[in-house]
Structure formats: C-alpha cells, structure tokens
Design a protein around this ligand. Structure first.
Ligand SMILES: N[C@@H](CCC(=O)N[C@@H](CS)C(=O)NCC(=O)O)C(=O)O
Length: 203
C-alpha cells in the first residue's frame, strides 16, 4: 500500500483532508500545490484535478477531488468511529455534508473575503454584513439539531461533524456573532479542540 498523496496547502480547504487523515491515523504526503505559484494550474496537476483546485488526493492509484467527498471516501474506506455505522447514519452524514456545502460555505467565504482576505481597499463591508444576516437561518437550524446531542450523527464525532465543522471554522474566523447559537458554539469548540485538527494545521 502506498502513502496517501494529498495535493494542496495546509491553510486552505486542504486542511479538511489532512484533518481527516490525522483523525484516521493515516500516513500521508502533502504535496504543496496552489494557485499562488501556479502549480495548481500546471498540466501535471490538471491531469489529476481538471478544476485546477485543491485538495486532491491519489490513494493507491485512485484519484479524487472535492474536499468533502474525499472525506466521505476516506471514512468509508477506513471505517472506524468516524464512518457511518449503517444506512440511516450514512444518510445523515451525506445530509449534513451537502447541507454545509450548499447553505453555509459560499456565504462564509463572502464574509472571509470581505473582512479578511481581500486587500483592504477591495473589501465591501455591506457584502459581509449581508452574508452574516443570511447565515442566521442555517445557524438556527444547526443550533436546533444540536439542542439535545453533542454530535450531529450518532453519539460520537463522525465525518459529518468534521465536514460541517471545517466549514463552520470559517464562520468563526469571519467573526460572525454566534451568541444566539450556544449549542453551535459548544459543538464547534468540541470539534476544533481535537488534536487531529491542530495537527492538520501544523499547530
Ligand atoms: N469545492 C471544492 C473547492 C476547491 C477550491 O476552490 N479550492 C481552492 C483552495 S481553498 C482552490 O484551489 N482555488 C484555486 C486555486 O488556488 O488555484 C472543494 O471543496 O474541494
């Protein structure tokens, strides 16, 4: 069996894959690939991921891209507590992963770009504020789901928590006021306190 190859950089969405690999105790090689030095647009990398984006993986001859899908694949392949135990859990793991990608991710990015990532003179505070307002509904949904449980699926930390928390970490980073969503704050703390998250970031 060869070492898992992860293409990307530790500070962006690649962290989702390396967080998962660390949770599973997988040996991996991080191959620095990014838009900054053009390596994510090289012909060699485009043959791996024609989108020219990271993360991507190569696992024993199997090539994949899309961060959340990669995590679902790794959970299924390596099993353990992070993976769904049955079809019901699998359905919920998929539900939460698609939900976070569809209802939170791009809105969180609007906030991050307009509060932190763009050069100051290109930031638009109104766009960030409108995005924060838009997040109120999904945050309330997540808060409600966590009202009587510590984790999203089953009674343990699973790939559903990892996928959603990785996206929610951007919401936190963007300074979104989560004071009305105490369950989310507590749950996110539990997820981001995990040693595998720190290891993925190289902390
Ligand atoms: N939906 C994709 C999005 C991938 C994506 O946009 N990745 C960014 C980094 S976070 C990227 O590679 N952007 C283009 C570039 O850096 O050249 C996923 O979740 O993997």
């Amino acid at each position: 069996m060869t070492v898992l190859k992860v293409y990307g950089v530790a500070t962006n969405r690649t962290m989702r894959t390396t967080w998962m690999a660390n949770e599973l105790g997988l040996e991996y090689e991080l191959i620095e690939t990014s838009g900054r030095d053009g390596s994510s647009k090289s012909p060699e990398f485009l043959a791996i991921n024609p989108n020219g984006s990271v993360p991507a993986i190569q696992d024993d001859g199997h090539t994949m891209w899309e961060s959340l899908a990669i995590n679902l694949y790794l959970a299924k392949k390596h099993g353990g507590e992070l993976a769904p135990k049955d079809d019901d859990e699998n359905g919920l793991v998929l539900q939460w992963s698609f939900w976070a990608a569809g209802n939170v991710e791009m809105t969180a990015l609007d906030i991050l770009f307009n509060r932190m990532l763009l050069p100051e003179d290109e930031r638009n505070a109104a766009v960030a504020d409108a995005a924060e307002e838009k997040l109120a509904k999904p945050l309330a949904v997540l808060n409600g789901a966590l009202a009587d449980r510590d984790y999203l699926v089953g009674d343990r930390f699973t790939v559903a928590d990892l996928n959603v928390a990785a996206i929610m970490s951007w919401v936190k980073m963007g300074g979104v006021d989560m004071s009305a969503h105490g369950n989310v704050t507590d749950w996110l703390g539990r997820c981001l306190d995990r040693p595998a998250f720190a290891a993925a970031r190289g902390d």
